[in-house]
Design a protein around this ligand. Structure first.
Ligand SMILES: [Zn+2]
Ligand SMILES: [Zn+2]
Length: 151
C-alpha cells in the first residue's frame, strides 16, 4: 500500500530522532546569527508584547510571593507566640515550685503522669496537666475547653 509523502516523512522523523536533533543543531549553528537577528527583530517589533509579558509575569509572581510571605509570617509569628507562651509557663511553674514531670493528669480518676496542655496561647497560665490519652481527647474535642485548669 502506498503511503503519502507527508506520512512517510512523519514516520521517518519518528524513527530518526537523533538525526533530526543533529540536523537541528547544525542548522542552528549555521544560522545562529540570522536566527538571533530574527528574534531580536521580533523583539524590537514587539516591544509592547514583550513588556506586557514581562509585567504580567512580574505581577503574577509578586502576588504569589506576597501570599507566600504572608503565610510564612503568620506561621512564624504563631510559632513564636507559642514558644514564648510555653517559656512563660515553665517559668511560672518553677516559681510555684513545680518540677517538670511530677504532676498527675487532671482528668477525673486518672493517675497517669500529665503533660502541659495550653488552652490559650495568649494566656500562659491557662493550662491543664493531662496524660497523653486525655491530651488526645482534648485535641480531638472530646474533652471540652474549660473543664479543668491547673491554676
Ligand atoms: Zn495540648
Ligand atoms: Zn489522663
Amino acid at each position: 500500500m502506498a503511503i503519502s509523502k507527508s506520512e512517510y516523512a512523519k514516520q521517518w522523523r519518528l524513527k530518526n530522532p537523533d538525526k533530526i536533533a543533529r540536523y537541528q543543531k547544525k542548522y542552528y549553528s549555521k544560522n545562529k546569527e540570522k536566527l538571533l537577528k530574527n528574534s531580536k527583530i521580533w523583539r524590537l517589533n514587539n516591544i509592547e508584547i514583550g513588556k506586557l509579558r514581562a509585567s504580567n509575569y512580574q505581577k503574577d509572581n509578586r502576588e504569589k510571593f506576597n501570599i507566600y510571605k504572608k503565610k510564612l509570617w503568620a506561621q512564624s509569628s504563631d510559632t513564636r507566640k507559642k514558644q514564648n507562651c510555653r517559656h512563660l509557663t515553665i517559668l511560672a511553674l518553677k516559681r510555684h515550685g513545680y518540677i517538670s514531670g511530677n504532676r498527675l493528669c487532671q482528668a477525673e480518676n486518672c493517675n497517669n503522669i500529665g503533660v502541659i496542655h495550653h488552652w490559650d496561647y495568649d494566656n500562659y497560665l491557662d493550662i491543664s496537666f493531662v496524660c497523653s490519652e486525655h491530651h488526645a481527647k482534648i485535641h480531638s474535642g472530646i474533652i471540652p475547653n474549660g473543664i479543668f485548669r491547673h491554676f
